[in-house]
Design a protein around this ligand. Structure first.
Ligand SMILES: *[C@@H]1O[C@H](CO)[C@@H](O)[C@H](O)[C@H]1NC(C)=O
Length: 376
């Protein structure tokens, strides 16, 4: 049962306003000649690109690009059909048929189209200097969550970040390393597992906390984590809240209240927790000098995809593409399963817990204009 009850989902979110686009429109309507306008636009474009030297990722399976491959855990995805729509049809350890949101975001900032995992032996510090992923599928803010499937707790991700900084200094020198760390964009995405893999699956935390108390406990851990990486030099951060986690196929399949409906309780917890994250971001932005903590909430776009699938070109959202689409992930989603769909782009979910590449791209595309205008 443990195998079925786990990792997190992609999150990253949509934002309503796009000041950057408004700005461009205003320029287009002005009396500049088209040549001058083009020059200005190009300058804006390259300045934007020059400002973010690297994308650095912390979190769970929503953003893990392969760190679990080398860990003693059952939570892996470095085999087919995972990665079948990735470049070369290569399974990488991403919990997806293709790319995940940080990959699309990195590309949009003019950096590499896929962010390598720090523990992947195929890459070295030269690769990591422009983008690196410390995320571990199955982890959460709570140390106890990482213990469920023996994956990397968040504090170890921070230890890897320190190790990375040492290697970066040796590679590009102390001054340049400091600039990269300070100017990099940090993508932080986790929390789903704390609720679904831990709180609602095992009795220990439920005996200790009501769900509201557990939210506050996690919030304290999230704040500590942000203060830690801030102290280590991080400044530009995008923090993703929880997705509508009651709508993951696994939760829908096990919903005893309805016929394959989303579990409203879990969605309500997600909305409540996201609101608390937002308040924390506002507080820390006031308190910590130079910090730009952007609260990236994937909830609304994700919910739109699940409730209005046809407007996004999806045919199926209640079950996933892989295997029966109701409970399989990790080793249960494998090449031998005859039920896996042939066209993942018709499905919102790839496995019972994770979105398809198409969903990831829709989410990233909603987020990117806001990230560009906030950080570039
Ligand atoms: C999580 O574990 C680490 C390492 O043992 C420890 O330093 C940290 O205090 C723990 N966090 C909590 C909230 O217990």
């Amino acid at each position: 049962m443990i195998l079925y009850s786990s990792p997190a989902v992609c999150s990253l979110q949509v934002v309503e306003e796009t000041p950057c686009l408004r700005h461009k429109t205003r320029m287009a309507n002005s009396s500049y000649t088209s040549g001058l306008w083009l020059t200005l636009l190009l300058t804006l474009f390259y300045t934007a690109k020059a400002k973010i030297p690297a994308v650095i990722v912390f979190g769970d399976s929503s953003v893990d690009s392969g760190n679990n491959n080398v860990m003693q855990t059952v939570l892996k995805s470095n085999f087919r059909p995972y990665g079948r729509d990735f470049e070369g049809g290569r399974p990488t350890g991403r919990f997806c048929n293709g790319r995940i949101p940080p990959d699309f975001i990195s590309e949009a900032f003019g950096l590499k189209p896929a962010i390598p995992a720090y523990l992947d032996p195929a890459y070295n510090i030269q690769d990591f200097a422009t983008g690196v992923c410390f995320a571990s599928a199955g982890t959460g803010y709570d140390n106890a969550t990482a213990m469920v499937l023996n994956v990397m707790p968040l504090w170890k991700e921070v230890e890897m970040f320190k190790d990375y900084q040492n290697k970066l200094r040796a590679h590009v020198g102390v001054r340049k390393a400091k600039t990269i760390v300070r100017q990099a964009l940090y993508l932080l995405s986790l929390g789903t597992n704390d609720f679904l893999e831990n709180y609602y699956t095992f009795p220990a935390r439920r005996a200790q906390f009501t769900v509201k108390q557990y939210e506050d406990f996690l919030l304290g851990l999230a704040e500590t984590f942000i203060r830690e990486i801030y102290a280590l030099g991080a400044r530009k951060m995008s923090l993703t809240g929880l997705p509508p986690m009651g709508c993951l196929p696994l939760e829908r399949a096990t919903n005893i209240m309805g016929q394959n409906d989303c579990v409203e309780l879990y969605n309500n917890v997600a909305v409540e927790f996201n609101g608390k994250l937002q308040s924390m971001a506002t507080k820390l932005n006031k308190e910590l000098r130079g910090l730009k903590l952007f609260n990236a909430d994937a909830y609304n776009i994700f919910h739109d995809i699940v409730t209005k699938p046809s407007s996004f070109g999806f045919e199926v959202t209640s079950v996933a593409c892989c295997a029966t689409g109701t409970f399989e992930m990790s080793y249960l989603c494998n090449q031998d399963n005859p039920f896996t769909c042939s066209d993942a782009s018709k499905f919102a979910f790839w496995d019972a817990f994770h979105p398809t590449e198409k969903t990831n791209k829709i989410i990233a595309d909603h987020l990117i204009p806001q990230l560009l205008s906030t950080f570039a």
